[in-house]
Structures are given as C-alpha cells and as structure tokens.
Design a protein around this ligand. Sequence first.
Ligand code: SF4
Ligand code: SF4
Length: 338
Amino acid sequence: MLRFPRRETIHLSMSSVWETTTTQDIGTFYDAIMLNLASLCFPDQEKSCFYCCPPIRDPEADPLDAIDEKIQLLRKNRQELQKNLDDPHEISGEECWGLGFLDDQEKQAGCLLHPLRHQGRDLRHLTGYQFKCANALCREALVFAELSEVEQKFCLTLCRNMDSIHYSSRRNPLMRLLVWDREMVQVIIHENLENELNASPQTSNLNNFVTRYGFLWQKLDFRLDGYLALRIAEQKGCNFLRHNLKNYSQLRDDIIVDLKNNLNLQTTSTTHLIPAHKLKIPLSLSRLLKFGANLWEVPPACEQEIQQLIKPKLTTFLINPRTRRKRVYQSGQGQENA
Ligand code: SF4
Ligand code: SF4
C-alpha cells in the first residue's frame, strides 16, 4: 500500500504527470501515484489542469481572474513556440511562455516544452525552472490519487462540461472538495455515488452538489474543521452538519478555547514542548491545534488530554446539536455546563 508523506503540499508539476516512464529521479512512490494522477491532471480529451504552472506563481492567482487574457496567452504561446525556442528567456511568477494550448481545438492546455512533445528531450530548462516544473504536485492530486477508481470517476463527473480554464481554477468545486482529507471526500462521494454515476453523461449534478456541499468551502475551512467535521459526517452525514452549522461553529470555537486554556503550556518548560504534528493524532487534529488554537508547540504525550477536552462536547453535539446553545443561554448567569 502506498504511504503518503505528511506534508501540506509537494512540488511536482502537472508536466511531471506525463513522465512516469521518462524521469529516472522520481522514486517508486511518485512513479506509482503518477499513474493515478493522470486522470486528475488530464481527465479526458476535452480539458486538462494547468493550475500549477508556473511553479513560482502567486498561489492565490486563479485562471478565472482573467479568463480572456489567459485564453489569449495560451493561444499565443502555442503559436509562438518556435520563436520562443529560438530566443528562450527565464520565466516570471506571472506567466510561462511554455504554457499553451496542446491542440488546435484549444481544449487541453499544458506544457509545450515537456519531453513527451519533443521525442524525449526535456526543454523545460529553457525557462530556468526545470526542477520545480518537474517536481510540483498539488494536495488535491494527492488526495485524488488515494481514491478508488469508482470514487475518482465520481469526482470527474462533477466537471463533465468544464473547459480547461474552469477545470484548472481552484474555485472548481471538485478542487475545493479535494483539499479536504481523503476520509471526508470519501464520505461525501459515497453519499452521492449512486445518483451521480447513473446520471446521463451529458448532464452534471454540479449545481445540486454545490447546493449540498458548498458550505464546506463557503462556511468552513478544512484546516480548522477537517477533524471535527469528519467525525460528525461519519456518524450523522453531511446533511446533519449542514443543517446545524451555527451550532457546529459554536462547538468548534468552544473546543478551540478549551484547547487554548487547558493544554498545560505554562507548566511545561518551553524546551520540552514538541511540534503539534509530532503528536500521535490525525493530521487534521494537529491542524486544528495549529490553525485554530494557535498551538504550534504542545506538551509531549498530551494526546489523551486533548481527547478528553474534545470528546464529551462532540458526543453531546452528536446527540443533540442544540444542547449547547440552550446551555450557553443559561450560562448567561455564569454557568458553563456543556
Ligand atoms: S495543479 Fe494539481 S491537478 Fe492541476 S496539473 Fe498540477 S498537479 Fe495536476
Ligand atoms: S516550463 Fe512552463 S509550462 Fe512547462 S511545466 Fe514549467 S512552468 Fe509549466
């Protein structure tokens, strides 16, 4: 079974997806996942993703911010490839002259300098960033690679009618879904699998999907909510979470305050604190500690203490999500019971 590194992002680029057989310096791990990744980066003949080009880009920049400009650039780079090859120059974070439409119909967009387009000659060094180009891989692609074939197929049904620009955008609901951990993605897929896979290939239930799950990225943040939301979704389903969002947010905020107030930082010498991600807890819980409670370093072996702070509140919420609100109202007189 493949083991995935506990890193937020890894740098391997879309172009590296193509090089499962040509790049010698990518290890077995990458070779193996690349075989799966091909379908997220190049899901079909109608579109492709180019979000990670150039690899020195502003991470907030999105193809949908300037659609017309982006199309013109992809077209121009394809038309002027030979001219650029004759007079190559280093790229900036804004754009790469090697990124263009890959076909005359302007459907797929990607790297025009990739070895697969040049009989095995890798021309990406002409941009000055060959290593980064060949070694960029997004978190979404990693999560996608961990899914089963059926689950991957479901994901791609959400993008049936998209072009490459919309598909590459990180506002694409599929990409927004895939930033959540694999387990959460799987819960959601399996809530929808049957309906979506039976839908006509011409239609997409994307709007319906956004209505039901848009709250995940509109109201929640996978770094803060990944751990708690998964526990709730696993036991009660995402609908339960969506219908109790206000109470859930209150629960999360209470837990964050508890973690801040009760983890014994004061009694532990700072030299003994350890990074939160070194605890034997899920990555999503260490993110809650870091991004929610601002606890980047914690006392060693405090896993049990953390669970004792979280579990009773979470259990109460699962039994009756409104309990907490009622008790908060009562606690206006100085009682805090939940
Ligand atoms: S951003 Fe991710 S999905 Fe898109 S091409 Fe790069 S690795 Fe593939
Ligand atoms: S050379 Fe340009 S288009 Fe090719 S992988 Fe690098 S950044 Fe992307």
